[in-house]
Design a protein around this ligand. Sequence first.
Ligand code: ES4
Ligand code: ZN
Length: 316
Amino acid sequence: MNTPPKAELHVHIEGTLEPEMVFALARRNDIALPHESVADLRAKYEFADLQSFLDIYYANMAVLRTAADFRDLAAAYLDRCAAHGVRHAEIFFDPQAHLKRGVAMETVIGGLCAALDDSEVSASLILCFLRDESAESAAEALRLAEPFLDRIVGVGLDSAEVGHPPSKFTEVFRRAHELGLRAVAHAGEEGPPEYVREALDLLGVQRIDHGIRALEDPELVERLRREQIPLTVCPLSNVRLGAFAELGHHTLPRLLEHGLLVTVNSDDPAYFGGYADENFDAVRRELGLTPEQLRTLAANSFRASFLDEDGKAAFL
Ligand code: ES4
Ligand code: ZN
């Protein structure tokens, strides 16, 4: 497979939990599963929309209990990175989903960092707030993460988008900026272009995760182009969650033609049919991207990263 060096900027570590690992960790932790087999679980990965995916994504996380579980999860992902030409990864994690099951912040971050410290791949963590939980819960998660801030590059915003606008989280993002963290947010995945504007203006984010619905708003597109705000697009995810009926209908080429700083990412690869290279291969095949456009996408992934200028120069 053609594997150009690239960075991955939009991957949820809990979304790399493969069905085989769900079963292995359930056995290790003596947890009963409501699935007959790995094949039975995988057969349930037919999603109508974001919420129908999130329901099973959160349910499967129940098997993640110990630091070793989080370490093994991240180690498996980083092994895949090496095989897919991913040289640098900025990895989302969802601490509130673990805290509410009684798993401590230290267990989550300690486990993930054990894998990061042991990997050849350059990697950092982005703490995501769950937008369908309260703003107070987000603030509490950030407080609990303060002892570990040297291990976290930024904060993000994910989970069910519609009805949970960025404006709900203005204060906790202000606190994150005070703590010296970078910021990103999912916006314009299922939600309207207005949520993209709010993420930029109220949360001060440096990248937009997805952002595909920005195309409905020409003024917003012009702003994203002028300010070169990166969009971390996830092609296979968008198809599996119903934003596009098939990959051939994806608007990635239009985003590129508008001069936007677009990157290609895997989102939740255990659920959506592939890791970095499957996403790159799929857009190459189904969207007829030119070799130059594919090189642009790979270079954009480093330009849009939170690496410092020396770090970017080393990869570009
Ligand atoms: C997610 Cl695809 C997607 N969108 C929003 N939140 C998420 N969390 C995990 N995957
Ligand atoms: Zn995502």
